[in-house]
Design a protein around this ligand. Sequence first.
Ligand code: 26Q
Length: 791
Amino acid sequence: GTASDRELYNALSQSVRDQLMARWLETQKAYKEAGAKKVYYLSLEFLIGRSLSNAMINIDAQDEAVKALKDMGTELELLRENEPDAGLGNGGLGRLAACFIDSMATLGLPGFGYSIRYDYGMFAQGVNDDGSQFERPDYWLRFQNQWEVKRDEVAYDIQFGGKVVTYQDDSGHTRYDWVDTEVVRAEAFDVPTPGNNGSTVNHLRLWSAKANDEFKLPYFNKGEYHEAVSEKNWSENISRVLYPEDSHQPGKDLRLKQQYFFVTASLQDILNDFIEEHGDLKKLPQKVAIQLNDTHPTVAIAELMRILLDVHHMSWAEAWDITRETFAYTCHTLLPEALETWPVSMFERLLPRHLDIIYAINHHFLEELKEKFGADDPRIPAMSIIGEDGERRVRMANLAVVGSHKVNGVAALHSQLMQEITFKDFHEFYPGKFTNVTNGVTPRRWIKECNPELAALITKKIGRDWENNLPELAKLEKLASQKTFRNQFAKIKLNNKKRLAALIKERTGVEVNPDTLFDVQVKRFHEYKRQHLNILHVIHRYNQIRKNPDHDFVPRTVIFGGKAAPGYVMAKRMIKLLNRVAEVVNNDPVVGDKLKVVLIPNYNVSPAQIIMPAADLSEQISTAGMEASGTGNMKLALNGALTIGTLDGANVEIAEEVGDDNIFIFGMTADEVEAERAKGYRPSQIAAENKDLAEVLDLIANGFFAPENPHEFKPLVDTLVGDNEHFLVLADFASYVDAQNRVDDQYRDKEEWMRKAILNTALCGKFSSDRSIQDYADNIWNVKPVLPKAK
Ligand code: 26Q
């Protein structure tokens, strides 16, 4: 008999893995010999997706494997479907971390990721018959994971709870002991992360919780064997599941436990390695840089202080200098509701010693503030690490800012708003601490792997340097005016659209025509991302078609992908409305190919790799000032989609790079949004004055899309027309529709459209994560590449 596809997949993975292992050892040896400074990227999320193709591309084994498999009568594309996505993240922040470890390895930097090995990653999304979202657990570890290596010798004890006792040591110093704690063990699994440079292989280290035999010792001692063993399993819940909320925090014990579990295992590991290689902890910041991916790992600041003070008996001043020089913090939001805070009472119960240390940090900090501002300044309670209004809470963002030497935003506009609004007082108090590093994406996965035909065409025209030096793409600029090149580019786009059409058919049953304009909005469902603005436009278009069916419309397929957090009622309602609108529009015989609407269920990294290359139009329509950066916008533009977007996040920089003629900008600016909110936003007036809009809202509110339950979507409309509606959806409607009409006009001229599409690919070289990582390396980490001998 023949081997099954899974067995072949396993065999191929193993052979690729063996090649990675050899390079991995060489890389570690080279770092050791160089005594290199190392970077650790701490993130509760790494959305890496599949590894097989990525590894083969980065070690240049792809062509060979494709040939060998062909000889065996099978195809790489078939085999790699057997690999489950590693969905260890929610969205942009997690995917950014995955792009960053690819770039660190490609640049030859000693850079390592740390995260949690969740048994269950991001939930799998399904759609019920009524159009609503359902969730299923993602048990991605069902089959042996080919891309991890369990490191039996790497494991640490993690404490929780208990109490703090003090004692005097021999020299009369007061010392602190954290005792009577619950203990859990953290076990290490390494995922090798190859760079695209012929030699470097770093790793991502994932921690898994394992019951410790010390756990529930009292039960054993009492002879309650069964109780002891069954209770043990509870402690393993710490690494059970990724929290699927990406904007408001659940405030659960278990989430704080996850954060601390992850942080202390990583720090113990980092310090072990450092001490073995360099010994003297005073030199820590010279040899170690730790990046905090948002506030999620910020308890690391208190944990490093605890280790330096309580274990290594350093003085406060010395420990604090080392801590601040070691950490840097990346902020990924401006939404106040997304800034993490934890009740003091929870900290006291789970991490009593850390709470003491945070109080002490805050005490020193507030003294400095009083010195500078005077004791009664209102900035003091505002900047305090402890929030005193209502239930007392630890403000993790404030702790992260105070305990880091650099704080960065993720796009120019975001970093500017951070300095002017979110952290205004901090920026004045710490001049020079705040900076920008604009996000990027790895061109290996987001061009070469996902769009092999385009990659081959580019390489044929300009050589392969673009792979690791993306601004080289600018050499394509002059080709945009060549008709033959435009035809080649257009042909590839069409092939990619056919591939996507097949995926849509498979996942939704809907047939879409690859000759229509593919209009794509893929990202988490959120009010601030305004998928509902897109839906309003779809309904408006539907109305136009119904009124004037013989008019020469530009046929469109509007494609959505994304998940709603299970507890986010409004986001779930948006999904349901979208699916209901799709049902009506797709089955109306008057409409035909003029308009189709689909939600591709369970949007994730793997479907994204099919969607990005197939888009004509990229929807980036957030309320200005609310999307920190966006990274899907970059992937789509690099693959030759034109953006329709607001001046928000990295869209601003995309517009700068490609030029105003090659992007469709609409809507209010961040300043205008702020002004409108200040004066009191009254959307009901807007709806009253715009007939097209009123018609759309009436259809939704009156149950046109939910005949069996006509009030279903009334709350959504009520929100949109309500005073001070926070996302100003209706305010941008007219300008959005106008921009969409400009899109149509442009798309009618296919040659001109393709020219612009090519310019988007050519001019987005800035948005490589290699450039982002080089910025971090130069301006924040102060690390240099160390290249092992090539294999
Ligand atoms: C916080 C506390 C408790 C539980 C969960 C969370 C949580 C988890 C994930 C909060 C936020 C997130 C994810 C945020 C995120 O993905 N932000 C996005 O980051 C991208 C990379 O910088 C940006 O491009 C996006 O603009 C930003 O929305």
